[in-house]
Design a protein. Sequence first.
Length: 569
Amino acid sequence: HCNLTYKASGATLKIQSFHNGVNFKSGPVRIIRDNLIKVNWLIDLGILGDWSGDITVPIGFRYYKDFFEVPYNSISLNLQEFLSKMQEYKVSLRYSSIYYTMMLNDNGKNMRFYTPRLLDPADRITGFKIDHLFNEGYIYTDDIGELKSGEWPGQQWYAISADLVDPASTVQRATVYTHLTLNGNAPATDKEYVWFIEQPGDAPTLYGDAGIRLYQSRGLPQDMSLDVNFKYYVFPIAKTYDELETFFSIQSNALSVATEWESNDKTPPAMLAVSISARTETTLTLRWTAVGDDGLSGGPAQVYYIRYDTIPPDNIWAWWATAGVVSPVPTPGPPGSTDEITLMLLEPNQAYYIGIRVLDDVGNASDIAFVTETTTPVELATFTARVVKDRILLNWATHSETNNFGFDVERRLSAATAYERIAFVGGAGTSTSPRSYTYVDQPQHIGRVYYRLKQIDTDGRTTYSDEVMAQVSAPQSFVLTQNYPNPFNPNTTFSYQIPEGVSAQVELIIYDLLGRKVRTLLRKAALPGYYQTTWDGRDDDGRMTGSGVYIYILRSGQQQIARKMIKVD
């Protein structure tokens, strides 16, 4: 209901509009309600008298279970009589406008206005607060953005949402989302807006006016048709820009609309359980188990939203509004599958806070799952592997270390698919100076051998190095070395080498000085390589042998090597 007084060419134009009547029809799917808006005008022409007229315009409202819409389906405002009378009295309008807006009273204070038409991408994410402080109290149409050529026909959206950034806000829940569809041809030639204007002078009655304005400054047509559709969704929880943009994308697809409202889906996906699976100086890899679009069940979810910052999320929604956005993100997999993403180009030795939300296909959003991790504080400078005779020498160095417990040395052979831990080398704890480390391995394997380091912090967190490779060649001759230790009690170790070309079976046997066999340590096919085996001082029957001198012989075909050893009590 409004009143307007306007002076033009020496005459005074007064316009009133009000509801003239309401008709409705109820049905199983929706309620259809017709509002008859009657517009009266009165032109005071001074000594020429008055001229008045009126136009009645029906405006249909359709109420569904989860939303309502206001269709302006080819409503025509016939201005022929009005314009001809203006010409008769030589009175001309300087401009003509049609408004359709949602006017906010003081309930809208401390909420936020969201729309993709905001020019600054950062403003789109945070919106702007309805508090009379934005743009010195006024938000003009140019601040929201003029519809460009080709955008009518088309679709737009805007929303008034509870303020999730300011914890002191009096409004903490609910969002009114508007989906605007522009059909047919634009009825005005000058400017069309999706707009928001805030007028503090009208407070507390008016705290904002969001909608569309059709404006034409000259050459008014005989009638102006309006073919637009407003759909209003009232969400009981506050929505962010990302959630609203996703909802708009879904609702823009007619099939998605029918499926969503038929299913009446109100169940959001479950909150993710996120862990850090790997880290380096500049990367963090996140891993989680995918949830369903209905809690833990259902089909795959629709989309992930991932944000990160070095600032802890003391105020969750304030943090979410300003944190860095990760893009692109993986597409959610089937429930129970594993999804992961690696954050790149991070700062070394820096703690990061990461939040992930998951949305389903109708915009239901999970709670934010947070995880925090520090990029690896151990700055590895070098890691090399070098073959020295029958051994592999591993060398690595660090530029600096922070809380470094040590390194697991891991190895895999060319025929293997998994690493195995072969040694642990203690770290320096915390050090700002370079440190060097060495480990010697005797893999007893011919061919390629791969190594990596598993760096372990004092708090148990781990990081893997890149792998290195060494090429081990076959021995050149048949060799049996002196056992070690010697003398011994009760254990000693034998090392031997088998060159290529040996086809007979190889055996290693221990004898006493009378030539009696004491123990057969091995009897197997002769394969080229470097080998070790240990004797525990027992004979073939498991009895402990006495002290004395023993002979051990390595034999393969016509080749054999014999050596002496001494066992002591």
